[in-house]
Design a protein around this ligand. Structure first.
Ligand code: MG
Length: 171
């Protein structure tokens, strides 16, 4: 049998989008909740902005290969840390969400990067203010045995990238 490779053609099939959306769902996050963040980031700048437009742009973000790869990688690391399937000292760093670890933010920048400089500004804002679902993810991550170290940054980055995509469209 031929080995399946996730090259450009395969990645843009709906299936890869479905895989990452399902994986985020399993970690308690829906695209609608991400679109909510996007809406709140952009509504003050664009009067006629609708929630559905934000959701459309979130959808667009999760069809990008770099974004899908970052989601797969980050969520997997969170899950491995929870299972204890990881060496020390990294396991404790992730489980305790050490402030100086920083690679969760770096990975998320791969998502924001797709949409240029407005993306960075929005991501910084979400990371600092922790609105809506981000706060929920953060709180949940503090529970014993739960690791959301990568999840919060990935979700914030998708929301920020979608906000930038919205901004470019209305610019
Ligand atoms: Mg984090």
């Amino acid at each position: 049998m031929e080995k399946k490779t996730y090259d450009d053609d395969v990645v843009n099939e709906p299936s890869m989008r479905d895989i990452v959306v399902k994986q985020m769902q399993e970690r308690g996050v829906s695209l609608e909740e991400i679109a909510e963040l996007t809406y709140n980031l952009q509504a003050k700048y664009i009067k006629e902005l609708s929630f559905d437009t934000c959701l459309e742009h979130v959808e667009r973000v999760v069809t990008k290969r770099e974004v899908q790869n970052a989601i797969l990688t980050g969520l997997e690391l969170d899950k491995m840390a929870e299972r204890g399937d990881m060496s020390e000292p990294l396991k404790t760093m992730l489980l305790e969400d050490y402030g100086l670890y920083g690679i969760d933010e770096v990975l998320a920048l791969a998502i924001v990067n797709v949409y240029g400089s407005i993306g960075f500004t929005n991501f910084g804002y979400v990371d600092k203010v922790k609105p809506g679902i981000i706060k929920k993810i953060d709180e949940e991550g503090k529970q014993e045995g739960r690791c959301n170290t990568f999840l919060d940054d990935i979700v914030g980055a998708i929301a920020a990238a979608a906000a930038s995509s919205v901004a470019h469209r209305y610019a």
